[in-house]
Design a protein around this ligand. Structure first.
Ligand SMILES: C[S@@+](CC[C@H](N)C(=O)[O-])C[C@H]1O[C@@H](n2cnc3c(N)ncnc32)[C@H](O)[C@@H]1O
Length: 384
């Protein structure tokens, strides 16, 4: 589902694409800093195997930077702070005009900051790097960012099995629009590979059901990770017509990276779980038909708010007394969408004001340590 201007050396970046750049940039800075601070980490490797030219036009024809330039600047800076550690960047795009432009504009290498720019098929690059992944103490981040639903799982496999993180752009709008009209054998094979089915016909019942494709991608990641403990978080991106274009899926065996991605995504989307425009309907009161006479707010599962996090916590803990607040926030750590960090005071305020929770500081009878505890109201919340 290549957009019409993808063949241009400098293509146009829509608002959702700019959000994607922003999210990756915001994530990479603390990711790199945390790892470089760790004495076990000897260096970082960042790979954008479908990197484009590094430059785009926005709607006003102003030039803006894509991921390779944003990330290079951040990582060059961080490399400067850790002269004994190395940073390696691999940028690749099969379009030679794009990589030629990128080569001219990336920041200069230094003694410990290295950039390799190639122009080949992404799978070929990943096979070369994938065979060297066992180098000790190097931490990898791989961005796999095609403009259509085209994922080579075999090339990605080594990255799921080694220490490091993988971010995949799942362009779900591609099959949703095209699956019922596909005639070409090569296109059928593309979808068979991406959704790992032996026969294209098995995908036809998926039709335009986005959730079905997304579920399938999560099943594949779950199978490829092997027996490792693994964390996957995916956030949807919408265009200005409020149609979901893709999900940016972050995969890691590191719970710190998982939490960081969730928090960064929410902050990038202005304290929501996506960039969907809900036209001011969030937090708008409506009658709750499950609990006659009570009022509730509408939950949009494609764009959650902080109030929805509080609603979820109330639902999980309702009726429980004197629960340590830390344990309540901690329960979000395994949640695939809600961050456990970054919104604690807002969640706490909502729990008190909208869900009737009571908060007090108490002494632990065994340790004697003071801790904040929360008691939850019974049943449904009520705005009356
Ligand atoms: C969505 S853009 C990448 C954007 C870039 N990652 C960024 O964040 O700035 C997709 C790019 O992938 C390249 N591409 C698509 N399929 C490829 C493949 N199999 N191998 C290498 N490059 C590919 C296209 O030429 C295009 O420039």
């Amino acid at each position: 589902m290549a957009s019409s201007n993808n063949h241009e050396t400098i293509s146009r970046a829509s608002l959702h694409t700019q959000k994607k750049f922003e999210l990756i940039e915001k994530y990479i800075m603390p990711w790199a800093q945390k790892l470089m601070n760790n004495s076990n980490c000897k260096g970082l490797v960042f790979i954008d195997c479908m990197c484009n030219s590094g430059l785009y036009y926005d709607a006003n024809n102003a030039l803006i930077e894509g991921t390779p330039l944003r990330v290079s600047r951040i990582l060059r800076n961080i490399a400067g702070q850790y002269p004994c550690k190395h940073v390696y960047l691999y940028f690749n795009d099969r379009d030679e005009a794009k990589t030629a432009l990128l080569s001219e504009i990336v920041p200069k290498e230094t003694a410990n900051f290295h950039i390799e720019i190639t122009s080949k098929d992404a799978s070929e690059l990943l096979r070369t790097i994938g065979s060297k992944l066992s180098q000790p103490n190097l931490h990898y981040f791989l961005l796999y960012d095609p403009y259509d639903a085209n994922i080579d799982w075999e090339a990605l496999l080594p990255f799921f099995r080694h220490w490091g993180e993988v971010m995949i752009n799942h362009m779900v709008s591609d099959p949703v629009r095209a699956i019922s009209q596909v005639k070409k054998k090569s296109t059928m094979q593309k979808y068979e590979g991406t959704y790992m089915v032996s026969d294209f016909e098995k995908l036809v019942p998926f039709g335009s059901d986005k959730t079905a494709y997304e579920k399938r991608i999560l099943q594949i990641i779950n199978a490829l990770k092997g027996k490792r403990r693994y964390y996957v978080a995916a956030y949807p991106f919408y265009n200005t017509q409020n149609s979901q274009m893709y999900s940016l899926i972050h995969c890691t065996s590191n719970p710190v990276g998982f939490e960081l991605y969730k928090k960064t995504a929410w902050q990038t989307f202005g304290d929501h779980s996506s960039n969907k425009n809900n036209h001011g309907r969030e937090n708008q009161l409506m009658l709750d038909f499950d609990g006659p006479g009570t009022l509730t707010t509408q939950t949009d599962e494609s764009c959650f708010t902080v109030l929805d996090i509080a609603k979820y916590i109330h639902y999980c803990f309702k009726g429980q007394r004197d629960v340590p607040l830390e344990a309540v926030y901690g329960s979000l750590k395994s949640h695939p969408v809600f961050p456990a960090d970054g919104y604690r005071s807002q969640i706490r305020d909502y729990l008190k004001s909208d869900f009737g929770a009571e908060i007090k500081v108490a002494k632990d009878p065994v340790t004697g340590k003071k801790e904040t505890r929360i008691s939850f109201a019974e049943g449904k919340f009520n705005y009356e």
